[in-house]
Design a protein around this ligand. Structure first.
Ligand code: IPM
Ligand code: MG
Length: 353
């Protein structure tokens, strides 16, 4: 029996529905295992712009910092396209404020969802089980931005220090040690100085992990390799922007972006957990979103921040059970399956804990 304080950031669009679904499942876990989860809901993104005039109120940062972990839905939407500060700024701000420099994005092809993958069966015969380790608080996302006063040019700076590359590299190697011990470092070292430094640092660091095989790929080739032979990858480590792009690709190959979780971690145990998909404003409030990505993000939180390994497994098995019972949300629907909404999917998973 243990007690944990969880900051909830439902955010915008489908955020409140999917976070609600995750809470339904967490409540079932707390009931079964006798843990106490205390939730504090805070505002971030577009809803925070509406309420406080800024996407990341200080109160949100303070509450997140005091919590054992943060569970996030999604932020953003067309409503704030012309806002002076965009909702996404809140997301980048909280990543920076909590120093969450490493972003783990696993993509696993579940046998039940093979039909939902855009790849042909032949390309999937060896499966897909890749962990994208994305650097999250550096690179072009946080480099200097400039726009000429007359609007005739704009620039964004991609900059990495050896220290930044080393700390994300360590996470990748340590992650690989618990998996198949293979790291592919993705860069654009044939063009970019920042990538040359990235590659050199990874090679240097690999000497501390003699059991792990390190190889390198240019990002364009990595995208192609993911599409033609996804099974070849174990751990991919890469920069903020390349990781953003490649993790969308790897998740699509796994069937649906609505299935995949992520963990953002830093120096402390307090992490932030969120689905890798966005706020899907077009289907917000319709109870048709897939809550599974958020539910399995909560499972990652239990395991990685709280050390509740068995409880995390219980969530993942419950998800598998419900898929085996042929329940599907719209995004992963196929012939012969039973279509359910967001709340019902969460309820079914909770029931199977
Ligand atoms: C993600 C998202 C964010 C990112 C956006 C919403 C700022 O695409 O988490 O992958 O680019 O990091
Ligand atoms: Mg993204």
């Amino acid at each position: 029996m243990a007690e944990f304080n969880i900051a909830l950031i439902p955010g915008d669009g489908i955020g409140p529905e999917i976070v609600g679904g995750a809470v339904t499942v967490l409540d079932a876990v707390s009931k079964k295992y006798g843990h106490k989860f205390n939730y504090t809901e805070v505002y971030m993104g577009g809803c925070a712009i509406d309420k406080y005039g800024e996407p990341l109120p200080q109160e949100t940062v303070d509450i997140c910092k005091k919590s054992d972990s943060v569970l996030l839905g999604a932020v953003g939407g067309p409503k704030w396209d012309n806002a002076p500060v965009r909702p996404e700024k809140g997301l980048l701000g909280i990543r920076k404020a909590l120093e969450l420099y490493s972003n783990l994005r696993p993509s696993i092809l579940k046998p039940q969802l093979k039909d939902a993958s855009p790849l042909k069966d032949e390309k999937l015969k060896n499966g897909l089980n890749v962990m994208v380790v994305r650097e999250l608080t550096g690179g072009i996302y946080f480099g200097e931005r400039k726009t000429a006063s007359d609007g005739s040019w704009a620039s964004d700076e991609e900059k990495y220090s050896v220290e930044e590359v080393k700390r994300i590299g360590k996470i990748a190697f340590e992650t690989a040690m618990l998996r198949d011990k293979r790291v592919v470092s993705v860069d654009k070292a044939n063009v970019l100085d920042s990538s040359k430094l990235w590659r050199k640092t990874m090679i240097e660091l690999s000497k501390d992990y003699p059991e792990v095989e390190l190889t390198h790929m240019y990002v364009d080739n990595a995208a192609m390799q993911l599409a033609i032979n996804p099974a070849q990858f174990d751990v991919i480590v890469t920069s903020n922007i390349f990781g953003d792009i490649l993790s969308d690709l790897s998740s699509a190959i796994a069937g649906s972006i609505g299935m995949l979780p992520s963990a953002s971690l830093g120096a402390t145990k307090c992490g932030m957990y969120e689905p890798i998909h966005g706020s899907a404003p077009d289907i917000a409030g319709m109870d048709i979103a897939n809550p599974i990505a958020t539910i399995v993000s909560a499972a990652m939180m239990l395991e990685m921040s709280f050390g509740l390994v068995e409880e995390a497994k219980a969530i993942n098995s419950a998800v598998d059970k419900v898929l085996d019972m042929n329940y599907r949300t719209t995004d992963i629907m196929s012939d012969g399956m039973t279509k359910v909404g967001c709340a019902e999917m969460a309820r079914l998973i909770a029931e199977n804990i």
